[in-house]
Design a protein around this ligand. Sequence first.
Ligand SMILES: Nc1ncnc2c1ncn2[C@@H]1O[C@H](COP(=O)(O)OP(=O)(O)O)[C@@H](O)[C@H]1O
Ligand SMILES: Nc1ccn([C@H]2C[C@H](O)[C@@H](COP(=O)(O)OP(=O)(O)O)O2)c(=O)n1
Length: 242
Amino acid sequence: MEAGELSTVVAVDGPSGSGKSSVSREVARRLGLAYLDTGAMYRAATWWCLDQGVPLGDGPAVAAAVRDLPLVMGMDPAAPTVTVGGRDVGAAIRSTEISSQVSAVATNLDARAELGRRQRELIEAERSGGWSGGRGVVAEGRDITTVVAPDADVRVLLTADEAARLARRAREVHGSDDAAAIAATRDQVVRRDADDSTVVEFQVAADGVVTVDSSELDLEQTVVAVLGVVGRAGDPQARAPR
Ligand SMILES: Nc1ncnc2c1ncn2[C@@H]1O[C@H](COP(=O)(O)OP(=O)(O)O)[C@@H](O)[C@H]1O
Ligand SMILES: Nc1ccn([C@H]2C[C@H](O)[C@@H](COP(=O)(O)OP(=O)(O)O)O2)c(=O)n1
């Protein structure tokens, strides 16, 4: 039996507010898999550039800073961590300042190449060992099903209509989904996805990627739907030999 044969890699992509992070984390927890939040890596890279005084408009300087990024991702789904240069930045990278500027890193192709390389390394490490001891990983982002891990055992595009995504993010950030909260959230969700879409396709499922639409589902129903996709792929009859 080859090393990694029994491991499972689940790739989840989708737009902002579709539920990628909360659903992927819970799916990983229930299956005993590691959890990799690749968006947190883009956020950490943005935090690092600002911390180092690197102007986000200077593409080559951003790329150089990302190459030197001293990033450690803690992949326990019960308590994921993001550490840069020994500092826990888990809370800082969720600030509105980072959310509004992260696309500058996400649209930098050299930065994408570097972060994608690190993501592949982290995913491969979970196939043979890592936090999961070789059980595998749920990795979520925008280009995991297509660029980072197109050979994943399970590939899911998690979608939700714009109204559902705006309302979820507004409740999360502003504690309300009234008109003012929705308006205040629009930049983070709609503008950022439009910017990010210029470099990576995450609105339409690629060949072989299963779409799960969470617009009418609550969190638990969405977790169950994704577990269902994993279960079908885990069926030896359905799973192609690696
Ligand atoms: N299916 C769902 N129904 C209702 N709320 C959800 C659902 N999925 C996620 N949420 C909530 O919406 C917010 C955004 O979810 P998140 O997982 O951060 O999305 P993403 O990672 O795709 O941006 C969170 O507060 C989360 O609890
Ligand atoms: N694999 C990835 C993951 C995230 N990104 C981009 C998309 C977003 O602008 C940022 C932050 O991603 P994150 O998933 O935290 O964003 P959300 O606010 O949850 O939508 O990074 C990406 O380009 N490729």
